[in-house]
Ligand binder design. Sequence first.
Ligand SMILES: [Fe+2]
Ligand SMILES: [Fe+2]
Length: 330
Amino acid sequence: MATGLASAALFADSVAALGGAGRRKPSFGALKPSLGSRQLTSRKSLRIEATVLKDEEQKVVVEGTLNLKGFPDDNDEAGSQKVSDDSLGAVMERGVIKLEQTINIFLTDTVIQILDTMYHDREYPRFFVLETIARVPYFAFMSVLHMYETFGWWRAADYLKVHFAESWNEMHHLLIMEELGGNSWWFDRFLAQHIAVFYYFMTVFMYILSPRMAYHFSECVESHAYETYDKFLKSHGDVLKQTPAPEVAVKYYTGGDLYLFDEFQTSRVPLSRRPVIENLYDVFWNIREDEGEHCKTMKACQTPGSIRSPHTLVEDELDDVADCVSSKTG
Ligand SMILES: [Fe+2]
Ligand SMILES: [Fe+2]
């Protein structure tokens, strides 16, 4: 328990250091290592990049860094707080991380086996249940962060923005499943909603105790969602390509304001992903990609203080460029 609370405190310090509203922003250079191959450029070049990717959207795949089966281990710098020394504290830290991940994997595997047994031949109800549950952790994270902010302990504005955008994305997955009829039987709604209530309080408790463990648990869930949709696309691809896309999906993925769509994809530059929706296959293809993006965001979150809003990063980069230009011309 004490170690878990220490972990939460460490996470809080790191988030506070990154700062929400009213705090000094860290330099972009300090954040670059956590962003992998992210290339932040000027607004003009962003537009050009987005146009190119729009034409080639179907070629976009989840980057190789996404480990769908495995979960962060002791050697995984992004998935855990890497501890390289052999002091007693470091050994204990590694043991705690291992224990947290073992518990998470056991819990998710157990729930997945139960749902697989119950829904093996009822795909849309199964997706409805999964998507009802999928929104819950983001709401739970926001609840706890709001509580800390209300107490005056620290602010994490970027975390709130990103987690809200994640829950907004999952809500649209849920709306799509509802339009496909996944919620037509009362028992499926009853089961999904009751699991969601339990899952909410469990996540709140876990997030207070150990944010790292809570984010890892969500990574397990998102990883399972990616695999589920990937299998579905492979087994039902031909039928899906002959089926029209639900209207809610067309509106969400191709509608006017895609700010929140960009916001939850923290490993991407805003405007770099613009789906083309022509049939139901495209819808599920993009839902699967969304799950992959959630997975990457949850993995990054396990390193304290590593997450910032993609839009904030672009604004900071533009500020840096403006400062550089004014210092040269001044
Ligand atoms: Fe989802
Ligand atoms: Fe998800």
